[in-house]
Design a protein around this ligand. Structure first.
Ligand code: LLP
Length: 424
């Protein structure tokens, strides 16, 4: 459920007409709904009722805007970060260090030192050499790092190959059959304090069975580790719960169904459960607002050329992802169209042969469910400055990231002395 609804014939974000935001800020622009974010946090928490003191660490990569993170910090969430940059952004938004988990296969020594100085709650280690490096960094700083190993359970998450992470051929985690040895190694590393087990098998999961299979393996491992004398106090079940994108498809499992499965599998584990939801918290809370530049005749269906492009919302061209496209002021009839951006490659296509609200040049369209992995994956290809972001709360709205002026892009490059006429 979201808070983007038609009122008096105009699509609104909460109580604010999207046409007003387009007038004032220009397009393309991302628009986030505070009420939707709050609702999703509430629904996720409710779904985990009965789980003692769940540690909900929002996957910052899904949407690292400081206003979004500050909204989540107010609601008491923690963060799952995967870089020093994400860690600093989370801290700048007021997220408590002890509620931060650090994931990722390539943490550098500098990033480890930063996280240790900040005092984060857990490092999810993805390999034995990483454990050795973290121990050395922690020892040099005179501290001990709280760690879990991320286990690769070798289950097929059944999602898009590019966002599937739990098969043995994927780069993530320590193979399940090497796990006991990895924990044995960690036990003898002076800079580490082993506290948990972690798993994350992929994103946009629309079936609970693979997650259940992965969690069952985590349960078995916890028992074996305890039998070997390890003290295990946390189990991080990762993120991945899918959200509805295409209204014509069956709904993905609800947070309530996910919570029920979690309670069932983890009964008796006697650990603090950690969750790393990203998409399910912010996915439906954001849209990308864009204006139709022109409509061009195609060989079959027309091309609707909008002012947003693959650099602003990469998911359709990268994963063939489906985003619902709505007219902000629907004219009534629908038609079938190809929705494309202005970038010079055919991959800059948002939808092919899409039945949708009829639109004409100058009309506004909204790409729905763009709050997760939207603005965060934007880039400046074709020298298109980064898209601004707006946050709405009831009747209030504010720009939470300004449109990047093209001068910033130009000024970011330097000339070598032999081309710099001013320096000569
Ligand atoms: N934890 C870890 C260790 C992760 O790698 C991820 C996502 C999450 C949690 C959060 O997953 P979520 O709850 O959002 O599914 N750019 C892709 C998605 C990449 C997901 C990467 N990892 C997309 O646009 O679909």
């Amino acid at each position: 459920m979201d808070h983007f609804d038609l009122r008096d014939g105009v699509l609104h974000a909460e109580d604010v007409p999207l046409s007003l935001i387009a007038e004032e800020v220009g397009t393309p622009v991302y628009v986030y709904s505070t009420a939707t974010i709050e609702r999703h946090v509430h629904v996720f928490r409710e779904a985990l009722a009965g789980v003692a003191d769940p540690w909900i660490a929002f996957a910052v990569k899904a949407n690292p805007n400081r206003a979004v993170l500050a909204t989540l910090a107010r609601l008491g969430l923690g963060a799952d970060v995967v870089s020093g940059g994400e860690l600093l952004r989370a801290r700048a938004a007021g997220l408590a260090a002890e509620k931060i988990v650090f994931s990722g296969v390539g943490k550098t020594a500098d990033e480890m030192a930063l996280a240790l100085r900040e005092g984060i709650g857990q490092f999810n280690l993805e390999s034995e050499p990483e454990a050795e490096m973290l121990s050395a960094v922690a020892t040099s700083l005179g501290v001990t790092a709280p760690v879990a190993f991320r286990i690769n359970p070798n289950v097929d998450a059944g999602t898009h190959a590019k966002i599937s992470t739990g098969k043995s051929e994927d780069k993530f985690g320590v193979a399940y059959d090497r796990a006991l040895a990895a924990y044995e190694l960690a036990r003898n590393l002076p800079g580490l304090r082993v506290q948990g087990v972690a798993v994350h098998i992929g994103s946009q999961l629309t079936d609970l069975a693979p997650s259940r299979a992965a969690f069952e393996k985590v349960g078995l491992l916890i028992a074996e580790l305890r039998a070997n004398g390890h003290e295990i106090t946390t189990a991080d079940l990762g993120g991945g719960l899918g959200v509805p994108y295409d209204p014509s498809l069956p709904l993905p499992p609800s947070p309530a169904a996910y919570g029920e499965m979690v309670r069932d599998v983890t009964a008796g584990w006697n650990v603090r459960l950690v969750f790393e939801p990203g998409r399910v918290i912010v996915g439906n809370a954001g849209i990308l607002l864009s204006r139709v530049v022109r409509v061009k005749q195609g060989s079959a269906d027309p091309f609707v050329i909008v002012d947003a492009a693959m650099n602003d919302l990469l998911r359709p061209s990268l994963y063939d992802a489906w985003h619902h496209i709505r007219a902000v002021v629907p004219r009534g009839p629908s038609f079938t169209a190809n929705i494309v951006g202005p970038i010079c490659e055919s991959g800059d296509t948002f939808a092919k042969k899409r039945p949708m609200d009829q639109v004409e040049p100058g009309d506004l369209v909204a790409f729905m469910t763009a709050g997760a992995y939207g603005a965060t994956m934007a880039n400046t290809y074709n020298s298109r400055p980064l898209t601004p972001e707006v946050m709405v709360s009831e009747t209030n709205w504010a720009i939470v990231r300004n449109r990047q002026p093209i001068e910033m892009l130009i000024a970011a490059d330097d000339l070598p002395p032999w081309l710099d006429e001013e320096a000569a």
